[in-house]
Design a protein around this ligand. Sequence first.
Ligand SMILES: [Zn+2]
Length: 275
Amino acid sequence: MSDLSPAPTQTPVNVFNCTQCGGLLHPDEGQIFLTCPYCSSTVYLDKTQVVFHWYLAPTFDEAKARAALARWMAGNQTVKDLDKKARLLSSAFQYFPLWYFKHQAANGKESILMEPAAAISVSEVRNIKLPAGDLRKYDSTLDADSQPPSVPLDAVTKWLEERQVPGKEIAERALVHIPMYQFKYAYNNQEYLAVVEAGTGGVFANIFPAKAEMPYQVIGGLTALIFLCISTFPVIGALSGYPEGILIGTALYLVLALLAAPVLFALALWIAAKV
Ligand SMILES: [Zn+2]
């Protein structure tokens, strides 16, 4: 007896079409990174789709990455002398996965959106600026150093939609592995993590010992208060009833303002040098 049931018309789930040439890809069980045998594109197999798979070539070795970290620590965002006071605990190199989206907005504006494709405490890595034209085809020799994605593409696409980026405006999606050094360091008995992206040397950190803003707010408030007080002198002079009252009040105001300004300025400089 012959089997008359129609042949399955759907592509079996373990066969995908290449994003570039449409050729049939036959991944092994569990294989997620693949090179197309026809056009040699590198692709990533999500559960439901195939996307291009790129990596950014590192130009920073560990010594250069450490130098970039030290520059950032010595910079204006972080607490003074962090570069000298922080104690480096560990460093680890890894190709970290990010989902890459080319967003074509309704008004024609094009932008690149990135989202971490694996868990990372430094979510700022989404702000990585990819140097144009520097993406290369992913290569299986990088497997040992690269983290596979654990955040599904669908989940990120949904999340983007919630942020007013409809799926139909996404012109291109891809998986990009970014080389990065993760540096753990200690400061004042607290541990922090900073990421140095090894393509361009960008430094990313969510939480770090930041410059205290309080002293600046205090000096700002003090300045406003002092000038508010002395600006009442001409008014008091005018209300005093004496004809020369307003003149004396104004003169007093000018003298005090000229005296107070440099003192407050010096105080602000002193605070800037301290924190
Ligand atoms: Zn292909």
